[in-house]
Structures are given as C-alpha cells and as structure tokens.
Design a protein around this ligand. Structure first.
Ligand SMILES: NC(=O)c1ccc[n+]([C@@H]2O[C@H](COP(=O)([O-])OP(=O)(O)OC[C@H]3O[C@@H](n4cnc5c(N)ncnc54)[C@H](O)[C@@H]3O)[C@@H](O)[C@H]2O)c1
Length: 210
C-alpha cells in the first residue's frame, strides 16, 4: 500500500514534530541508530505508540537494529515539508503575541513569523526584532503580498471568531488558536487549539497516575 492510501491518525501527525526535533538532536550529536526504547525514554511516549506511529510510515527500521537516525531525520523532514518555508502571521501582539514573535520557532528555520498585526494604535508600528506590527486593517493586503499560509491568533477571546472569519475569507487554511474561544471555520480549514491550562492539567494527571 502506498503512503497516500494510508490514513494517518491525527494524534500520530501531532507527534511528528516531536519525533523530528528529537531525531534532529540525535543526528547533531552524531548518534547513528536509535531503538524505539530509547526514543520512548527520550520523548516520554510509550514504545508501543512509537512503533505504531512509525508503522504508518512504512519500513523505517529493522527488527533488532533500531532506526537509522539519518534516514529518520530525512523522512520526518520531508514529511513535515521542512524544505518549504511556511510563512506565518500573528494577530494580537500583546503579552503572548510578543513572546511568540520573539521566539520565532527555533525548532526550524523553515517556519517563520513574517507578519504581525494588532488593532491598538499604541502597538501598531512597534518593532519586535525585524517584524513591524501592522494595522489589522491592512491584513488582507499584506498576507497576499507576503504569501502567508498560517495565522496564529493571540487576541482576546471576544475578538477571536470575527477575526477567524476574516482570516478564512482571505484564503488562509491553518489557524493556531491560543485564545480560549472554540472557533467555527469552514471545512478545509484546520484549527489547532493550544491551551496551556489543559496541558498542565494533563501533566498533573499523569504525575498522579503513572
Ligand atoms: N493558550 C494559552 O495557553 C494561553 C496562555 C496565555 C494567554 N492566552 C490567550 O491568548 C490571548 C492573548 O493573551 P495576552 O495575554 O497576550 O493578551 P493581551 O491583552 O496582552 O494581547 C492581546 C492583543 O490583541 C490585540 N487585539 C485585540 N483585538 C484585536 C483585533 N480585533 N485585531 C487585532 N488585534 C487585536 C490587543 O490590542 C492586544 O495587543 C488571550 O485570548 C488569552 O486568553 C492563551
């Protein structure tokens, strides 16, 4: 069966960047091979899950040999389309937005926040590193000119849905939503919701129960 015919579960896809980052670290430390047990210990994901995840991607390793790190790295890189630069815009340059623009994804030099927007005249025109905060009124014009593919929302929850409507109308197909608001978007648009509260809660749960 070809890779295209296999429906890879969302949970597996969400773990891909973790695998990528970990394998990249191994590669940079001159490690040649890694077993699913080592991956499991390093990533704190049980080895059965790792083996199942990897089984969706075909023959990535040999039994008893472990996985070839260079091969894995290349595979994850391609799968994550790391060889294409993904341009990201952020809307809402307050506490969280400023931190994210400053951070600008050290995991990869192929994903970049290239534009930032806000509605507050006190924030518009500010520079955060190389990024100048633009007036949200100019959103459509700028994302088209800069070929932006993903939008991060770090605005108050009350502004999130109307901005999501505007963002999807402009043709953006991916939103990373940090607001507490559950967004309704047209089909074909992907929304990932990040909630530190839920992450913490699940960490506490695992600490208590495992
Ligand atoms: N997901 C998480 O784990 C997490 C953690 C902290 C905060 N948050 C959420 O992230 C969001 C931002 O938090 P914050 O502390 O940075 O808030 P903040 O008030 O510091 O920043 C929000 C920014 O959005 C701007 N804004 C408001 N309406 C806008 C609009 N229509 N268009 C463009 N810009 C607009 C404001 O001018 C402000 O600069 C909130 O929704 C908060 O609940 C999420």
């Amino acid at each position: 069966m070809s890779k295209e015919e296999i429906k890879i579960p969302k949970a597996t896809l969400k773990r891909l960047p973790l695998y990528y980052r970990f394998v990249d670290t191994l590669y940079n430390s001159n490690v040649d091979r890694v077993s699913s047990k080592e991956l499991s210990e390093g990533l704190q994901i049980d080895s059965a899950t790792i083996r199942r995840d990897f089984s969706y991607f075909g023959e990535l390793g040999k039994k008893g040999y472990g996985y070839n790190v260079a091969y894995l790295l290349n595979f994850f890189k391609t799968t994550l389309q790391q060889d294409m630069i993904t341009k990201v815009a952020i809307i809402g340059v307050g506490n969280l937005g400023t931190a994210l623009v400053n951070y600008n994804f050290t995991v990869s030099d192929r994903m970049k926040i290239e534009a930032a927007f806000d509605a507050d005249p006190a924030v518009i025109g500010k520079h955060i590193g190389k990024i100048e905060v633009q007036d949200i009124e100019r959103f459509e014009q700028i994302i088209e000119a800069q070929d932006i593919q993903i939008v991060i929302l770090t605005v108050p929850g009350t502004a999130a849905q109307s901005l999501a409507n505007r963002v999807t109308k402009s043709g953006i197909k991916g939103i990373l939503n940090f607001t507490p608001e559950r967004l309704t978007v047209p089909s074909g648009v992907h929304v990932h919701h990040i909630d530190l509260g839920i992450e913490l809660q699940s960490l506490i749960f695992f600490m208590k129960n495992h």
